[in-house]
Design a protein around this ligand. Structure first.
Ligand SMILES: Cc1ncc(COP(=O)(O)O)c(C=O)c1O
Length: 552
């Protein structure tokens, strides 16, 4: 199976190239992205179509003040101006997102561990505003936080060390690194990160998003070319745009698409002048947080070497979560970190902290210290945050003298395999790499996004549901983030709950069909053999079987 997947990625390539690609991987690289079934795609478009028609109808009613309008509108005295707030995304937010908005922005009131507490809220105006009831929903199984290694804790070694550092330095630094905000703890953190990554030097920043959006412009500019994966995170896209470089987008994790762009870039150079590009920078992520896919790093490194391009790797979701030593995709594929020119990552996920880093050659880091806006103009990282990272990283590296880090890495990997296999065996369509702790489960239809999130919540399971614009319009999904802190009982509970939620949803949606089944039951002569088998048992079992057949 893995070989067939491998060959899938080699389609259209010569035998020698395909063989060469297979040789690059030391172990099977299995990823699945089942195409949206045609019927589901048609039904999904119909769903959006109906919502859009109703959206226009309601906008019409709002315009004539028949329906109360809660959204930002042009002021009366500016009614002749070009509208400030109207665009498609606004229409989408007003008429589609608002219907299911209760699934997002849920306030939590505990550590985002394997279980969490949520503030209960209600809306009396169809999700335009919410009120807190004063109650707390306790012990919700948390399937949404990026707490891969379970370091989001308020007790234990990390919390104790952070408290101690707070007592020593306080929380705020009050200055930038190049003014009065350079503490010993920052230097210690950077040396540790460099050691962890296996690179010469590193620099830490107070915010992961800004690490991308402010450092890419420091590295490339006019006359440079950025080749960016189509599913790159918003911070990478913003950084690329701010840099003023030319941006070309290649298909997600598709090496033929990337190679074509590289080849074109070398052959044709810059538009009009045909001068060579000053720099070519390939920008990719380690694990893609909406697809659960892992970057095809060995192939990208081979391509970047062949075409003499630079590589910027964002390991926000993979650092700590992948590889035998938790050192990200480079570790996972057993590659040399020196082959990646710019190693970027965040401390917000596996380390349970905040901020981001850039690692690489000493020259690169020295250059960024002088040229990056987030190095020069942003206040440096809060000391307890830096300490949380230092302690958790040392635990992962085994420098605490115990095996806690290795145990958590192993637990995360086991939980990932267990949960993915469970969903697969239950017949759900899941995306991504078998080893990825990000597990997207396809829902497709817009109505299902809201229904699924709410029904799971009713059963005390907090999930993240995602739809357009974060995903393509017909690929809405639930996205689960597996943690080493999850127990197998928790993962089992989640699996059982899916079945209950989906059967419940299907029973409601298929009420008319159930009546039909009951009618047909009297005359079984024109039923297929599968249905006849079902009808030979009790009515309830028959209905359940039928639903399972339909669902699968
Ligand atoms: C790939 C990627 N890069 C960067 C970021 C931004 O990081 P932060 O949330 O730590 O600011 C994220 C956030 O989720 C991300 O997924």
């Amino acid at each position: 199976y893995s070989i067939s997947i491998e060959f899938e990625s080699c389609r259209g390539l010569s035998f020698t190239t395909s063989f060469f690609i297979l040789f690059l991987y030391k172990k099977p690289f299995v990823e699945s992205f089942e195409e949206t079934p045609l019927l589901v795609a048609v039904l999904t478009y119909m769903g959006y179509g109906i919502l859009t028609i109703f959206g226009y109808l309601r906008d019409f009613l709002r315009q004539w003040n028949i329906e109360k309008c809660h959204v930002a509108r042009e002021r009366e005295e500016q009614k002749d101006f070009v509208p400030l707030y109207q665009d498609f995304e606004n229409f989408y937010t007003r008429n589609l997102y608002m219907r299911i908005r209760d699934n997002w922005n849920r306030p939590i009131c505990s550590v985002p561990g394997a279980k969490m507490d949520l503030v209960q809220r209600v809306s009396y105006n169809y999700n335009w505003t919410f009120e807190h009831t004063g109650k707390v929903v306790k012990d919700v199984i948390n399937m949404g936080s990026y707490n891969y290694l379970g370091f989001a804790e308020n007790t234990g070694a990390c919390a104790d060390a952070a408290i101690e550092v707070t007592q020593q330095y306080g929380v705020g630094v009050g200055s930038t690194r190049c003014e009065m905000g350079n503490l010993g703890i920052h230097e210690e953190l950077e040396q540790l990160v460099a050691r962890f990554l296996g690179v010469e030097s590193s620099m830490a920043f107070g915010m992961g998003f800004a690490t991308n959006s402010m450092n890419i412009p420091a590295l490339t500019g006019k006359g440079c070319l950025i080749l960016s994966d189509e599913l790159n995170h918003a911070s990478l896209v913003l950084g690329a745009r701010l840099s003023g470089s030319t941006i070309r987008v290649f298909k997600h994790n598709n090496m033929q698409s990337l190679e074509k762009l590289l080849r074109d870039a070398i052959v044709h150079g810059q538009p009009r002048t045909h001068r060579p590009w000053k720099k070519i920078l390939i920008v990719v992520e380690g694990i893609y947080s909406m697809e659960g896919s892992i970057v095809r790093l060995p192939e990208i490194i081979a391509l970047k070497k062949r075409y003499k391009a630079y590589l910027y790797l964002d390991e926000a979701h993979s650092i700590g979560a992948l590889g035998p030593n938790g050192r990200g995709v480079v570790d996972y594929f057993g590659l040399d970190p020196k082959d990646v020119d710019i190693m970027m990552g965040t401390f917000t996920k596996s380390f349970g902290a905040a901020g981001g880093y850039i690692g690489g050659r000493k020259e690169l880091i020295d250059y960024l210290r002088r040229h990056s806006h987030s190095a020069l103009y942003a206040t440096s990282m809060s000391p307890p945050v830096a300490q949380q990272i230092i302690t958790s990283m040392k635990i992962i590296m085994g420098e605490d003298g115990a095996t806690l880090g290795a145990d958590r890495l192993r637990q995360l990997s086991e939980n990932t395999t267990y949960f993915r296999r469970k969903l697969h065996d239950m017949g759900f369509i899941i995306y991504g790499n078998d080893d990825s702790p990000v597990v997207p489960m396809m829902l497709y239809m817009p109505a299902k996004i809201g229904a699924f999130g709410r029904e799971m919540m009713k059963r005390n399971i907090g999930t993240v549901v995602v739809g357009f614009p974060a995903t393509p319009i017909i690929e809405s999904r639930a996205r689960f983030c597996i943690s080493a802190a999850h127990t197998s009982e928790m993962l089992d509970t989640v699996g059982h709950t899916f079945r209950a939620v989906l059967l419940n949803g299907a029973t409601q949606a298929l009420q008319p069909l159930l009546f039909l089944i009951q009618d047909v039951k009297r005359d079984t002569s024109d039923l297929c053999s599968v249905c006849l088998q079902c009808f030979s048992r009790s009515r309830d079992v028959a209905i359940e079987q039928m639903l399972i057949l339909i669902l699968s």
